[in-house]
Design a binder for this molecule. Sequence first.
Ligand SMILES: C[S@@+](CC[C@H](N)C(=O)[O-])C[C@H]1O[C@@H](n2cnc3c(N)ncnc32)[C@H](O)[C@@H]1O
Length: 289
Amino acid sequence: MRFNKGQEIIDILRGKYRVINNYPQDIKDSIEYIDNIEEKSFYDIYSKHKGLLSDKWEQYLHVYNKHFRHFIDENKPVNLLEIGVFKGGSLELWGEYLPENSKIIGIDINPECADIKFNNENIEVIIGSASDKDFINKHFKDAKFDIIIDDGSHICSDVITSFEEFFPKLNYGGIYIVEDLHTSYWPKYEGGYYNKNSSINYFKDIIDSLNFDYINIFNPYKTKLNKIKKLKTLNTQIGSMTFYDSILVIEKYYKEKQRRMKSCLIGTENLSNGETKEHKYNKFERFFK
Ligand SMILES: C[S@@+](CC[C@H](N)C(=O)[O-])C[C@H]1O[C@@H](n2cnc3c(N)ncnc32)[C@H](O)[C@@H]1O
């Protein structure tokens, strides 16, 4: 039999011959590799969870698994803030999933959340509204987080205020997640399709910050000065914005972006005088985690 490392053959081997110990070494390594991936996957943690109740949409599991991967691989404690505690299940899950000694803080407006008992001393619940600037200032004045998840009221103005207040508190290399963005299409949540005040439109507007370096700000559209300033600031911070069904992931650059991105020629250029010029590129600057 010819072995390869494809998922299918390994699945067959694992399922059928798990007890046999005399596979070639590369197959053993592959099996161990896949077992490790499964152990660390968010799907696995979620599907085995038996404790406090959590309420997440199925596509979010993929998002966490994909965008939190580097925190798991680095295996260093992280600081996570989640707006919206509900029954405490998600905080408990973060405690199980993230590297040991990670600090997990939940904010909820419902005082009953303060009574939830966690089997993890690194989990803390703070009662208050995540769109109340005085509350935020009182409890989080100098706080810094690696991950911030907004799963609170999902009311457009709250989502926007929370982003404006908490995004500056996200460390470089951090991830800001806005969940349940579908509510921004619903009037009950101050949203609506084409409603310019909806949270989805607010974030669509911010996309321009990614390309701020290429926008001619003296354009005929008379963009307001404070908007230009905001986009300029965010341009130095936001590395990517990934929109999924109902959920947005905003990644902060690894460090403040202090210059425009450069184009980098590589390879052989044929010059007009018939000569050639070799282009080399070895000064990689790190912008992403
Ligand atoms: C969808 S649930 C959170 C679910 C939880 N994150 C989970 O995954 O299991 C929303 C929570 O947000 C809380 N909430 C509503 N408005 C809030 C606000 N302004 N600030 C903080 N929490 C709020 C609610 O009390 C509720 O517990």
